[in-house]
Design a protein around this ligand. Sequence first.
Ligand SMILES: [Zn+2]
Length: 356
Amino acid sequence: MLTALDHQHQLILATDASRATHYYCPGCRHAVTLRKGQRVVAHFAHQPGNRCNVTTESESQQHLTGKWQLARFFKHDEVRLEPYLSDIQQRPDLLLIQPGKRVAIEFQCSPLSPSKLAARNAGYQKLNVTPVWVLGDYYFQHMKSQSQVALFANWSRKWGWYLLFWHTQTARMELWSQLKIDLLGRIGYQRYQLTAAGESRFIESRALCFDVWQIKQLRQQITYGLRFRTHKYMKWQNFCYMHNCLLQTIPNCCFEHAIVPPLFGDSIAILRYCLLILISDLGQQSVFSLQDVWEMVAELGQLVPVGQFANCNQRVVRNQLQLVLEAWLQTLTVAGYLQPLTHDTWQVTRQFITDP
Ligand SMILES: [Zn+2]
């Protein structure tokens, strides 16, 4: 950490601290040691054996450096470095005081569990503080799949699904906006540099584009998954068996509109197929509503995880998912399986049957 208390309970910056003085952690009140020199960023560290439940991250040089840089980056706001919020016993890296709003900046460099992230966000929510997660190099280099995106991604009208990164090497903020996934769960996005003045500069597009090769690849994954009896493929196949279907015979309509929001832990095609099977099971001529489809999604939850965003409002996730579900019902209508009756009810006009 970059700040600690002195004897007079004054918060002192590590850069201003003297070795001759004793310092204490503002959270747990244990004595902390000042570390500074030519090779280390000036900081305070807990002494070995002193457990601190406020400062959880054993801090890397990258984390310490990034905090200083971020404090400078947000110089247009009133910045508090590592303020100890005693009501929730949390210590964000930075707290920005803006007109009518307080923002906690969490610069995350090391791995974090979804439950810890959710707990910290819940704490901030209690104080009406908006958390903003900014990711370090580890994430920048390893962010490849939906499950990694889902932990930190947030949604805005302007940027769609997005992530923020801080590069300590260049002291730059980077935004990945319009995050999407393809049939194979790979991510695509637009890269921007964000300036302190709130401007964005386009860097490059890493957008996904659909290719029939992806369908072939996914079908092959299913074949291998079943041949090697991989758990999740067996689970899906069991579901199909129970409904007199086969996982191998996913109809082509499940692969249409292959680039979707990053809401799905597995391929969107699997969820679509399972939904088609459940809708089909309702029986010819039967009528169902969007609410019924939501219940099907919930029923499939164990089988095909959806959403699971730790850093995004659940209402936003639901709205985004609803768009995908409505698009799917539209595709099924065009494919001749359904007929819309009202804006949120449909009739089954053709049942899905796996060819023997
Ligand atoms: Zn402490």
